[in-house]
Each structure stands twice: as C-alpha cells, then as structure tokens.
Ligand binder design. Structure first.
Ligand code: ATP
Ligand code: MG
Length: 453
C-alpha cells in the first residue's frame, strides 16, 4: 500500500472536509506502485479552482496554472500541484485543447491522461483507481496510450516524446500500437515549441534506457535533429569502428554518466562525421576535421532548440576536443588544463572513455590505456606545490605588477600572461618572490616602465 506523506494528507483532508473528492493522481501513484519515492505529489480534485483558492487561503499559492485548473500550494514538504478534474475539448493546434471543462468526476479526468501508467489515482480507502490497465502495464514494463494512439498523438504531439522519455526513464518498452503510431505521427512534432522538445529530449537522454530508446526510435529523434539522420546505417569503413555511426552514438550515450551536458555531448559528438567522410586509396574511411565541423553543427542545433547558453557552450567545448590524442605528459596536460579549466578536462576525459566503449577490443584497450595515462598526467600536473592553470591562480596579481612600475592598463595583463607562460613551461615556479623577479625581467626586457615617473 502506498503511504502518503503527512503534508499531502493535510491538503487532501482539507478538500474532502469542504465536500470535494480529492486524491493523488498520475506520476506519484505510478512511482509509488513501482516502489520508488515520488519526486512530487500531484492531486486531482472535484473542487473548481476558485474554491481551491478559498480552501487554501491560509497557504502561499502559485496561481500561474489557474486557467488550466491548477493551483500550486506551497507546503512545508514542498510544492503540491492540485488540479481540478477536467476533460479536454477538441485540439486544433495539436498542442492546446480549445476548451478545458472542469468536470465533477475523476473518471473523466483519467481519460484525458497520456499513458495508462500515468492514468491511475489513489482513492481515499487506499485502493488504486485503474481504469485502463495501468497496473498491468507497469508490471509488464509498457508505455501504452490511454485510448487510440493516433488520436492521442494527434491531439498533442508532445506525447510522442513523452512516450520515449518514460520508456527511457522507467526503462520500459513502448507497446506496439503506441510505438507504431508515435513513429508514424512524428512529423506532428513540428507543431511543438522547441523549448518543450528540448526538455523532453534531455529527459530521454538522461534515463537508464536512453541508448536503447535512441536505437529503436531514431526516426523520431531525427525528426527533431535532422542533422543526425545521415548517421543511421553509415558504414565507417574503418577497422577502429565496429558499428555504424548512429549505433556507436547511442552506445556512447549510455557509456557516459547521466548528466545532461555529457549525454548531449555524446548524442552530438559525431554529428560532423558524415560531412567529413572520405575514403583513402585503400578504401579505408576517415573523418578528419569532424570534431570542428561537429562542434559548429552542435552549436547551431542547440541554439535552434533554445538550449541554455551555459549548457550549449560546454557541449560545444567537449565536442571540439573529443577527438584529440589525449596528452600523455604533465606539461601537455597542464597546457590543456590551463586552456579549458581542470573540471572541464576531467569531464572531457569521461567523454573520451565513453567514445571508446564500443570499439574493437584491441583498439579499446589501447585507447583506454592512453586515456588512463592522460588522467595520471593531469593528477601529476595538479600535484605540484602551487598548481597554476590560469592567470588567476598565479601567486602574484595586477597590483603587484603595478607596484613594479607598470602603468595601469593592458601592459599589466601582458606581464601576467608572460609570467603564466613561463610557469606553464615549467621554467618558473608559481611562487611569489620567483614571480616578482621574473616580472622585473619581463618589464625590463619589454620596456614597460611608467614613462612619466
Ligand atoms: P514526472 O515524474 O516526470 O514529473 P509525471 O507523470 O508526474 O512524471 P508530469 O509531466 O509531471 O509527469 O505530468 C503529470 C501527469 O499529468 C502525468 O502523469 C499525466 O497523467 C498527465 N499529463 C502530463 N502531460 C500530459 C500530456 N501532454 N497529455 C496527457 N496527460 C498529461
Ligand atoms: Mg510530475
């Protein structure tokens, strides 16, 4: 039996005391039945929105969803969304119902929900209201539309991506008819806002079933990122690669930790390959320059999908550097770390590993050995007495340089940069007195003294 936390029970009791049906519904019931702790609790109620506002007058409320019948109540246990039972009228734009009617019964409300596993509610006596076989589908691990898939995807095409997201996140299969309809109706995704597409895509990528879902539903993914389509079945004609590019991509996604930036990186890391492909006289395939081409394409794709600048920039950096020969020496690694930052290099190393995961065994072992050496080199570079990977981590700053007689302005930065170069090359220790002595030399050599004193 599902246990409802006290802060949720308090809200349910308040609604029921006011004479309205109320129950947990949707994702929390699904997660609870799966033995998972629900991330949040959504409630359904027969109370119309204006009554909810009165009933919860003592709470802080968020009313942005009011038009759709949703009031969010801020409780000590977190926000709880309460939605009036509703049934949706016709959809003309494939996304928004033309009319939302608040209806008195839970049954009608469940009928408008997307998938059987999301269409269950918990009655006051603790029984599960399950009108569409949700429990059976949960046990079988199936995502199935409530009702006719073609009609449901036609009403709201976002559900196509939601089906993939739940299949990935719960590691479920998509029921056959639902799956066929999702693929057949994929062109409808053009009606969906790019922000929403991107949010669902990120959800698909970060679930435990991501690689499998990408392999099975490549055509749906290609609908939202057409640039990936040429990867499908693309024979790399190269002994370093045992799979076609798309299969490799999906395996690389699985091989990296489920962090949105890293998963997006692996999804797009080889997007430049088909454009960079050529075969040598021996008939062997090569992809010189694909990282740079791919980084530019990824930048365009992520802009188009309205991805945040911060995530986009990280992904583009990783793709730019994903195909370099990993540096093996402390010095070379120090240079890379000073260019990209230590944390970025650590994550880049994860991308290199993921990219090697599905190679032929000997190639893979060689690659992994080189990557392990590179990782050691990074640790060696970090182990010095005062590791320095940016001008900022020098043991002197601009004030020190000005105190040596350099006028405020670009010359100060030039001296710091020159010092940093010497530290990186290992000729000068990152130690204050040593740096000040080296700075005096640089100032002398370049004649950077203040001329007016
Ligand atoms: P999560 O844990 O990802 O939040 P969830 O099941 O709670 O999963 P939400 O997107 O929060 O998913 O939606 C809550 C519920 O609302 C769903 O369980 C489903 O019943 C219903 N729902 C959400 N979006 C749609 C939609 N586009 N079409 C039909 N029903 C939907
Ligand atoms: Mg939810």
């Amino acid at each position: 039996m599902l246990s409802i936390p006290p802060y949720v029970n308090t809200l349910l009791t308040a609604l029921r005391r006011a004479g309205y049906d109320a129950c947990p519904v949707g994702g929390c019931v699904r997660d609870g039945l799966m033995g998972r702790t629900p991330a949040d609790w959504d409630l359904g109620t027969a109370a119309p929105p204006e009554r909810m506002r009165q009933i919860f007058a003592g709470y802080r409320l968020i009313e942005t969803g009011l038009r759709h019948g949703t009031v969010t109540v801020l409780t000590e246990g977190g926000p709880v969304e309460i939605t009036a039972f509703r049934s949706d009228g016709a959809y003309h734009d494939g996304r928004h119902p033309d009319r939302v009617a608040f209806v008195p019964t839970l049954e009608e409300d469940l009928a408008r929900r997307d998938f059987t596993v999301n269409a269950m509610a918990l009655a006051p006596d603790g029984t599960v209201v399950d009108l569409y076989g949700g429990r059976e589908d949960l046990a079988a691990g199936l995502i199935r539309c409530v009702g006719e898939p073609d009609r449901r995807f036609g009403e709201d095409a976002l559900r196509i991506l939601r089906a993939l997201r739940f299949a990935s996140r719960l590691d479920f299969a998509i029921e056959e008819k639902t799956a066929r309809s999702a693929v057949e109706n994929r062109a409808l995704l053009g009606k969906i806002s790019r922000e929403r597409v991107f949010a669902e895509l990120t959800g698909i990528l970060t679930g435990p079933g991501a690689g499998r879902v990408l392999r099975q539903y490549g055509d749906v993914i290609f609908q939202v990122i057409p640039e990936l389509a040429p990867q499908a079945g693309f024979d790399q004609k190269n002994p370093n690669h045992i799979h076609d590019i798309w299969t490799h991509t999906t395996m690389a996604v699985d091989a990296v930790e489920p962090d949105p930036v890293l998963r997006l990186t692996m999804l797009l890391h080889d997007v430049g390959k088909p454009a960079a492909y050529f075969t040598d006289e021996a008939g062997c395939g090569h992809f010189y320059g694909h990282a740079r081409i791919g980084a530019q394409m990824a930048d365009d794709i992520l802009r188009r999908l309205r991805c945040s600048g911060e995530i986009r920039r990280q992904v583009v950096t990783f793709i730019t550097w994903h195909d370099i020969e990993p540096p093996r020496t402390k010095k070379a690694m120090g240079r890379l770390a000073s260019k990209l930052g230590v944390d970025t290099v650590r994550r880049l190393i994860q991308c290199w590993r993921a990219d090697s995961d599905d190679r032929a065994r000997d190639v893979r072992e060689r690659n992994l050995a080189v990557i392990a050496r590179s990782e050691e080199a990074l640790e060696e570079a970090l182990a010095g007495p005062a590791p320095c990977f940016s001008v900022k981590s020098l043991a002197v700053d601009g004030r020190d340089i000005m105190a040596l007689g350099v006028p405020e302005g670009p010359a100060v930065g030039r001296v710091l940069k020159a010092l940093f170069g010497r530290v990186l090359d290992g000729g000068v220790a990152n130690e204050r007195q040593t740096l000040l002595a080296a700075a005096r030399d640089i100032i002398e050599d370049c004649n950077l003294h203040r001329t007016d004193v």
